[in-house]
Design a protein around this ligand. Structure first.
Ligand code: EPS
Length: 391
C-alpha cells in the first residue's frame, strides 16, 4: 500500500494519535477543515455524555509546513479531555500498590469486544480491551480521512454521507449530491437525514429506545462524487476496490454489514432489472448508464458513476438496562457493566464511513497515478483523463 495510515490511543488515555504516510508533497492541509470533520463526527441526536466533555481538535505535529504537505509522514494528535478523570486509574507507569485505583470491568457486555478480548489477551477484566475497542478511536480515522478528502478535492472528488435508516425508520428514497452538500454544511445535526419527515420518524425511534433504556442501530450511506472511471482493478482479489471499501467499512466499530450499490434489493431481483444499461451520448462523446444500481463499481473498478457504500450498524452494545452476562471474578450470572453510553451513533458513523471511503479512494488514486508532488500526480491524472476522453 503506497498510502498508509495508522492510529493509536485509547478512549480514556491522554490522546489519540494518527499517522499518514505516502501523500505527495504540496497537498493543502487545513486544521480548520479537519476540525470541522471532527465536529461533524461528534454530532447527532442520541449521543451520550462523553461528547459534552470533548471538543475534538487536530494538533498536526509533522509532515505539514505552511499548510501544505511536504511528503514526509503526517502525525496528528487529538487530546482526550476526559483523560484528567482517568489519570489515576490508567497511569502509564506505576506499581501494583496503585491497583486499588484501577477501574476493572468484570461484567462483559454482550456484543462488545469485552469478553473475546479479555480471553485473547489474558486479562482478568475487560478494561484495557474496551479502552482500545471503543469508537473513540474513530476520531483519529476522521482526522486522517479529512486530509484524504483534501487530497481528493484537488481532483474534484467529493465524499459525503447521510443516514438512510435508524431502527425501522427509513428514508426510502435516494438523495442528490446537492442535498448531501447542503446537509454537510448545516450547523445543527439531528440525524443527518435529507428528508425532515423521515428524520422526525428516526428521532421518535431514538426517543423511544432512550425511554426504554435500549439502543438503536441503522444504516448510513456514503456517496463519492466525480470519481474517475478506472480506480481499482478486476485482476486480483485484493485490488478489487469494492472489496477494499467493504473491508474499510466493516472495520468500523458496531458495523456488521456493508452494501455496495443496491446489493440487497438486487439479490431479490431479476438480472434484467438489476444491471445498469449502457448508452452513448454522441454529442458529449461519453458513455452514459440507465441507472446506478451497481454503486459506481463493476468488476472492482470504478465506472465513473457515484460510488454508493452503505454501512449497517448494530445497536450499540452498552445498554442502560444491561443484558445477562457473567462476572469474570465469581463466574456467577450478573448484569453487564454500564458506565455511560450513546443511544444512537448512526450520523457519526456516516462521517467515519466518509473518512474510510476517502482514505481507500486516495490509496487507489495514488496507486494509479503515483507522483511525489501534487503537480506530478495531477499531470498523470489529467493525461489519463485525456486518454479516457479519446477512448
Ligand atoms: C464508547 C463508549 C462511550 C462513547 C464512545 C464509544 O465513551 P465513554 O465510555 O467515555 O462514555 O461515547 O465514543 C466516543 C468517546 C467517541 O468519541 O465517539 C465505546 O465503548 O465504544
Amino acid at each position: 500500500m503506497m498510502l498508509r495510515f495508522e492510529t493509536a490511543g485509547e478512549s480514556h488515555g491522554e490522546c489519540l494519535v494518527a499517522t499518514l504516510t505516502g501523500l505527495p508533497a504540496s497537498v493543502p492541509v487545513s486544521s480548520a477543515a479537519i476540525d470541522r470533520e471532527l465536529w461533524r463526527r461528534q454530532q447527532g441526536y442520541g449521543r451520550g455524555g462523553r461528547m459534552k466533555i470533548e471538543t475534538d481538535h487536530a494538533h498536526i505535529v509533522s509532515g505539514v509546513r505552511y499548510s501544505k504537505t511536504i511528503g514526509s509522514p503526517i502525525a496528528v494528535l487529538i487530546e482526550n479531555k476526559d483523560w484528567k478523570n482517568w489519570v489515576d486509574s490508567l497511569p502509564v507507569e506505576g506499581s501494583t500498590q496503585d491497583e486499588p485505583k484501577r477501574k476493572p470491568v468484570t461484567r462483559p457486555r454482550p456484543g462488545h469486544a469485552d469478553l473475546a478480548g479479555a480471553i485473547k489477551y489474558n486479562f482478568p477484566d475487560a478494561r484495557y480491551i474496551l479502552e482500545r475497542a471503543s469508537a473513540r478511536e474513530t476520531t483519529a480515522r476522521v482526522a486522517i480521512g479529512a486530509i484524504a478528502k483534501g487530497f481528493l478535492a484537488e481532483f474534484g472528488i467529493g465524499v459525503l454521507s447521510h443516514v438512510i435508516q435508524v431502527g425501522p425508520a427509513q428514508l426510502g428514497r435516494s438523495a442528490s449530491w446537492d442535498e448531501l452538500v447542503a446537509l454537510s454544511q448545516k450547523d445543527e445535526v439531528l440525524l443527518n437525514c435529507v428528508d425532515p419527515e423521515a428524520e422526525q420518524r428516526m428521532k421518535e425511534f431514538v426517543d423511544l429506545v432512550y425511554r426504554t433504556g435500549d439502543t438503536a442501530g441503522g444504516v448510513f450511506e456514503v456517496v463519492a462524487h466525480n470519481v474517475p472511471p478506472g480506480l481499482g482493478s478486476h485482476i486480483t482479489w485484493d485490488s478489487r476496490l469494492d472489496g477494499r471499501l467493504a473491508q474499510a467499512i466493516v472495520s468500523m466499530q458496531a458495523v456488521k454489514g456493508v452494501e455496495i450499490g443496491y446489493a440487497q434489493e438486487g439479490a431479490a431481483s431479476l438480472g434484467s432489472a438489476v444491471q445498469d444499461t449502457i448508452h452513448y451520448d454522441r454529442e458529449a462523446h461519453t458513455f452514459t448508464r440507465g441507472a446506478n444500481r451497481a454503486g459506481g463499481l463493476e468488476g472492482g473498478i470504478t465506472n465513473g458513476q457515484d460510488i454508493l457504500v452503505r454501512g449497517f450498524l448494530k445497536p450499540i452494545s452498552t445498554l442502560r438496562r444491561p443484558l445477562e452476562s457473567v462476572d469474570l471474578e465469581t463466574r456467577e450470572p450478573a448484569k453487564a457493566a454500564y458506565e455511560r453510553s450513546d443511544v444512537c451513533v448512526v450520523p457519526a458513523a456516516g462521517v467515519v464511513g466518509e473518512a474510510m471511503t476517502a482514505i481507500v479512494l486516495a490509496q487507489a488514486l495514488i496507486e494509479k497515478f503515483g507522483g511525489d508532488s501534487l503537480a506530478e500526480t495531477r499531470r498523470n491524472y489529467c493525461a489519463y483523463l485525456d486518454q479516457v476522453k479519446q477512448f
